[in-house]
Design a protein around this ligand. Structure first.
Ligand code: 4AD
Ligand code: MG
Length: 433
């Protein structure tokens, strides 16, 4: 009977068939240990010379890793084994024997050239570490969706092909749309604002694109963003929602993907500290933290990676920084009536130096003011006519935010670079495989 590795503990004492790949192999005299993986987990198969025929034993001795196999054997409980079971192998059927797998079987941390691994990404994803990271990614994505649906949000996705900039014109990817210019979406936000006026609470979750020339551990040119938009919400409503969302997501991963986090060597106490309330500070207070740490920083600059790292290291959980100077933020953000040089926005900085994982704001809802902002930002008015309609017909106060999936997964898994948190990363000068 075909059984998956994750289901083996329910089949102790039974004869089962596993279908998968040889992840690794060890030999010890009359025994050969086969580490088998089938997507759901890893299990050790023991081939005992005294228990199998000559041919099977030879096959096991010669089997090279990443060969594809069907292995039959009896499930044995073993409290020392990860997962609590081992397989006493009786039969090995080789589907394809490999002999020259291109990625050397050494500890991934010891492979000096990440460039080589990235060029082999289609195979690298089979490794234990990448497997664990991507399983956490799946859980984070699902937890976000479950949470938002519980909160009454509808998932209604935005188009990828668009005609306008959301986050500035310098990072637009241009493409040809039947002879007219079109751009790959930087953010679904403007479309979510339209949908919020028909459904109240909505979100989109899809790929977004930025022609980022920066080569940092936080930047991809194609990344996934989850963007809720909420009619009648204030900045304070958004802060509460973000806080509840992040607490929920981290708790879900700790509950359902603890084993993967342990495989990655993640310090779980850092994640267990992610509880309410999150610190809420203003841009000015963040600047004070920088100055106390001895950094030369002159407002009204935007924070870069280094500043974000210093600010976030002052706290043991995500910190919500609000009220940035208007000039460093996007055109659609609403000014604070009490301090018109500031916008009612938030950047959430993850702990341990992971930087901004969420950016959001109240939106400018007044027609005349919005027109003026679009002009001030040097954007053409024409493509924004439909967006301006939202301020012509029944405008309401509203707001939303965008959560970057890869940066969130990097923080939760403790992985340094976002390139390992997406199956096939796209970065400056990297689009293969
Ligand atoms: O702060 P950003 O640019 O905000 C927006 O796009 C808003 N329109 C979202 C909204 O309010 N609906 O991006 C939001 C988040 C960032 O906090 C970050 O996590 C992620 O998206 N992000 C990136 N992730 C990887 N690579 C990049 N180049 C990213 N740029 C932004
Ligand atoms: Mg931002």
């Amino acid at each position: 009977m075909w059984v998956y590795v994750e289901d083996l503990p329910r089949h102790v004492g039974e004869k089962v068939e596993l279908r998968g790949w040889l992840a690794n192999r060890r030999k010890s005299g009359k025994l050969v240990f086969l580490i088998l993986r089938d997507g759901t987990g890893f299990v050790q198969g023991v081939v005992n010379r005294a228990e199998v025929d000559e041919e099977t034993f030879e096959r096991a001795r010669r089997l090279y890793y990443e060969s594809s196999v069907r292995v039959t054997g009896k499930v044995r409980a073993d409290s020392r084994a990860p997962g609590g079971v081992e397989l006493d192998v009786e039969k090995i059927e080789v589907i394809q024997a490999t002999t020259d797998y291109p990625i050397p079987k050494v500890r991934e941390e010891n492979i000096p050239d990440v460039g080589k691994l990235l060029a082999q990404r289609h195979l690298w994803i089979r490794s234990r570490r990448q497997w664990a990271i991507l399983r956490v990614r799946d859980e984070v994505q699902r937890a976000i969706e479950d949470f938002l649906h519980q909160e009454g949000f509808l998932r209604l996705d935005a188009p990828i092909l668009t005609t306008m900039a959301v986050e500035g014109t310098t990072t637009l990817f241009r493409t040809d749309y039947f002879g007219e210019p079109a751009y790959l979406s930087q953010s679904g936000q403007l479309y979510m604002e339209a949908l919020a006026c028909s459904h109240g609470k909505v979100y989109c979750f899809g790929p977004t694109f930025r022609a980022e020339k920066s080569k940092t551990r936080r930047h991809l040119t194609e990344f996934w963003m989850m963007e809720p938009e909420w009619a009648f919400a204030t900045l304070e409503d958004l802060l509460d929602l973000i806080e509840n969302l992040l607490v929920y997501v981290v708790a879900r991963v700790l509950e359902r993907r603890r084993r993967e986090l342990e495989m990655l060597g993640r310090d779980l106490t850092r994640l267990e500290a992610v509880q309410k309330p999150f610190p809420r500070i203003t841009y000015d207070e963040a600047v004070e933290i920088l100055h106390k740490a001895g950094l030369a920083f002159t407002p009204p600059d935007d924070f870069g990676g280094d500043e974000e790292t210093v600010i976030s290291q002052a706290f043991d959980r995500p910190v919500m920084v609000t009220h940035y100077p208007a000039e460093v933020k996007a055109f659609y953000m609403k000014r604070d009536p009490e301090r018109p040089d500031r916008v009612r926005c938030v950047d959430v900085l993850a702990p341990e130096g992971y930087g901004e994982i969420v950016g959001g704001s109240e939106r400018e809802d007044d027609y005349e003011t919005l027109v003026q902002r679009i002009r001030e930002h040097g954007l053409p008015l024409e493509p924004y006519q439909w967006y301006l309609d939202l301020r012509r017909y029944g405008t309401v106060p509203h707001g939303g935010f965008g959560l970057g999936l890869e940066r969130t997964v990097a923080w939760i898994t403790g992985v340094r670079h976002v390139r390992e948190t997406i199956p096939f990363p796209r970065m400056l000068e990297k689009i293969y495989p």
